[in-house]
Design a protein around this ligand. Structure first.
Ligand code: F3S
Length: 392
């Protein structure tokens, strides 16, 4: 790979020289080396950061030591910075005593660094809302793809640690999805479906078009569908940006979104969607139905929750909700109606909390992302999930 030469501003050079302290010198040097690996030629200012590292997993000890150093040196984030969900460290004893033993310590570190403790991967819902064209330094693939595709902001898919370096310096290397030429469509995706299932579409597009920019022909997806479809696409295919012609901001027309002929055209059919769903007979064996990966917004809880009102669930049903949305939900009659129906309401990340568990049976989920990452999570569309839950 060709190594680029990064041109620094005076301030960036001063940081690199250590004028702002050793910790910020190391953070700047890390971003420079990261940028060089991707042929970036400059570091550019970011409007906000989002950190994926909200979990205190013992195996990441070096990461938490870095935080200790930053906090001891009095470093604070330089741009508004949000953070991913709680891992559910208090969800079970194995989580509490084996996996996330230092969770409280890490949350104190985040607070002292000046991070907004929103604890949500749906940071763009309320806490950290970008505008079209904003340059961001975000980790968390589901948030990155939403910001790029639905809002038209610009961020690459960054990793844990790089996200911290961007938050404390306020810069990101200029490459990839920050640049116009990498935001055009690669592959045209036609939809030939009778019963739309956006999550399944996202999952299948991800599996077939790894690292591409897919362009979907118009379908009136709502914000919840775009959130869940993008998350599945990002998980299954490493995709950071998609377009929907006539719906997302950089795709007013087919001509505008492709700078050349599509390199390929694929069609997702109803049979493709149905094939992803677990057989009906096997669905009935699910021990729990899990919603909310990414976490559910208030609108999503209302859309899905109405099916549970006045009913009793026949399986464990878990909703994972954006914490601020859960606070708002508590003010509504729906909150108690869900509790009376037997729905369990959580505010953490289901992938983290359910990864280590004993018993409880297999999971059925309408989340493409959870299905991709969690070994014993089978996929069912929303109708399947409601039917097995016993409310349809
Ligand atoms: Fe969010 Fe956890 Fe799913 S971070 S996207 S709820 S894996």
């Amino acid at each position: 790979m060709r190594e680029s030469c990064i041109e620094l501003t005076k301030e960036q050079q001063a940081y690199r020289d250590g004028d702002a302290g050793l910790e910020l010198q190391l953070a700047t040097e890390t971003l420079i080396r990261y940028g060089k690996a991707f042929s970036a030629e400059r570091l550019v200012p970011i409007v906000s950061a989002h950190l994926a590292g909200s979990f205190a997993i013992s195996a990441y000890s070096g990461y938490y030591e870095l935080f200790d150093r930053l906090v001891a040196a009095g470093v604070r984030v330089r741009v508004p910075t949000t953070v991913n969900p709680h891992p559910g460290h208090d969800y079970s004893l194995p989580n509490r005593w084996l996996v996330f033993r230092r969770q409280e310590h890490h949350e104190r570190q985040l607070e002292r660094l000046g991070v907004m403790l929103n604890f949500s991967c749906v940071c763009y819902y309320e806490a950290n809302v970008p505008r079209f064209g904003d340059i961001l330094g975000w980790a968390e693939s589901s948030a990155v793809i939403y910001a790029n595709s639905v809002i038209g902001a610009r961020t690459n898919r960054h990793s844990i640690m790089i996200d911290v370096c961007m938050a404390v310096t306020g810069w990101t290397p200029d490459f990839g999805l920050l640049q116009d030429e990498h935001r055009k469509g690669d592959v045209l995706v036609k939809l030939d479906v009778d019963e739309m299932d956006a999550c399944a579409v996202g999952y299948l597009v991800g599996r077939r078009l790894v690292n591409k920019v897919p362009v979907l022909t118009h379908y009136p997806f709502d914000a919840t569908e775009l959130k869940n479809m993008g998350a599945a696409m990002a998980a299954a295919g490493g995709i950071g940006l998609f377009h929907v012609v006539g719906a997302t901001p950089e795709a007013p027309t087919l001509d505008a979104v492709f700078h050349r002929e599509p390199e390929e055209t694929i069609t997702i059919t109803q049979q493709d969607l149905d094939a992803l769903r677990l057989e009906r007979s096997q669905q009935a064996e699910a021990g729990m139905i899990v919603f909310g990966c990414p976490q559910m917004t208030l609108e999503e809880v209302q859309q899905i929750g109405r099916h549970f009102v006045g009913k009793k669930v026949k399986r464990r049903v878990l909703f994972h909700v954006v914490p601020s949305a859960l606070t708002q939900l508590r003010e509504l009659p729906l909150h108690n109606q869900l509790i009376e129906a037997g729905v369990e309401l959580y505010r953490h990340c289901p992938l983290a909390s359910l990864s280590l568990r004993f018993g409880g049976g297999r999971i059925l989920t309408p989340s493409g992302k959870l299905h991709y990452y969690l070994q014993d999570a089978d996929y069912g569309n929303l109708d399947d999930a409601l039917r097995i839950a016993g409310v349809r």
